[in-house]
Design a protein around this ligand. Structure first.
Ligand code: SF4
Ligand code: SF4
Ligand code: SF4
Length: 233
């Protein structure tokens, strides 16, 4: 099972390679790049059949930016240690509010597209929100990534907000079974703070489908990646 996590160390390079290829081919369906459509979004469009089946796998498997945040957090662990990281982690009451921030930015982006479609504002505003603002937030949050795992993904990334919607339609989900002993290890290892131990079926919009909770669960049958029975029958 741990092999799956080892594979995840390499797949973001495939994502990066795809972005390089798409960028060099200058693929721009529907002329949507003026609103901020990025090469990574085109890669996700190619991934849609897999995302319909498995949910948002782009973020957990192919995003190079996501992998960089993981690396920075690991550097933070080496420098400061786990205990210090825990103390400097975003407090729960702030996390519970801040997690909606990426949806506020997403709504701003959608509104800007509608307004520019009616000629009220320039499309460059949409591009600014989706690309420039994201770039600025990536740089600002970088030092905090030493203490908070995937801080950009959790709170600010508009792409993750869009791709996460696939978790609601993903056919194959993580299911928690009755053999769970409520040790909460799954909650502790989740890089984006999903409370797996309280859910029967993981459809959380923030889940990146890394399957770390499944791989680190001490009870082999407690968490399974499967098609929920209701869908099968
Ligand atoms: S949320 Fe954004 S930065 Fe994080 S993995 Fe997804 S696309 Fe990448
Ligand atoms: S790690 Fe496994 S056994 Fe522990 S709470 Fe999570 S699902 Fe249950
Ligand atoms: S809930 Fe599990 S699969 Fe989803 S992000 Fe957390 S650890 Fe990864």
């Amino acid at each position: 099972m741990k092999n799956r996590q080892k594979i995840r160390n390499f797949t973001p390079f495939l994502g990066l390679l795809s972005i390089i290829i798409i960028t060099s081919l200058k693929i721009d369906p529907f002329g949507f790049s003026k609103y901020g459509l990025e090469p990574r979004d085109i890669f996700v469009i190619i991934l849609i059949p897999a995302m319909i089946y498995l949910g948002n796998i782009y973020c957990g498997w192919f995003c190079f930016g996501g992998m960089m945040q993981k690396v920075i957090y690991k550097i933070g662990t080496k420098i400061f240690g786990k205990e210090k990281q825990k103390k400097l982690e975003v407090p729960e009451h702030i996390h519970n509010k801040l997690k909606y921030m990426r949806y506020i930015i997403l709504i701003m982006w959608v509104i800007s597209i509608i307004l520019s479609a009616f000629g009220i504002i320039d499309p460059s505003v949409s591009k600014y929100i989706k690309v420039t603002l994201m770039g600025i937030l990536s740089v600002i949050t970088l030092p905090f990534a030493l203490f908070t795992e995937r801080i950009l993904c959790r709170y600010f990334c508009i792409n993750g907000a869009i791709y996460g919607l696939f978790n609601k339609i993903g056919i194959k989900r993580i299911i928690r079974n009755n053999s769970c002993v409520s040790c909460k290890k799954c909650d502790k290892v989740c890089p984006v703070n999903v409370e797996v131990s309280t859910q029967r079926k993981v459809t959380d919009l923030h889940c990146i489908n890394c399957y770390k909770c499944v791989d680190d669960c001490p009870v082999p049958t407690a968490l399974n990646i499967e098609i929920p029975v209701k869908i099968i029958s």
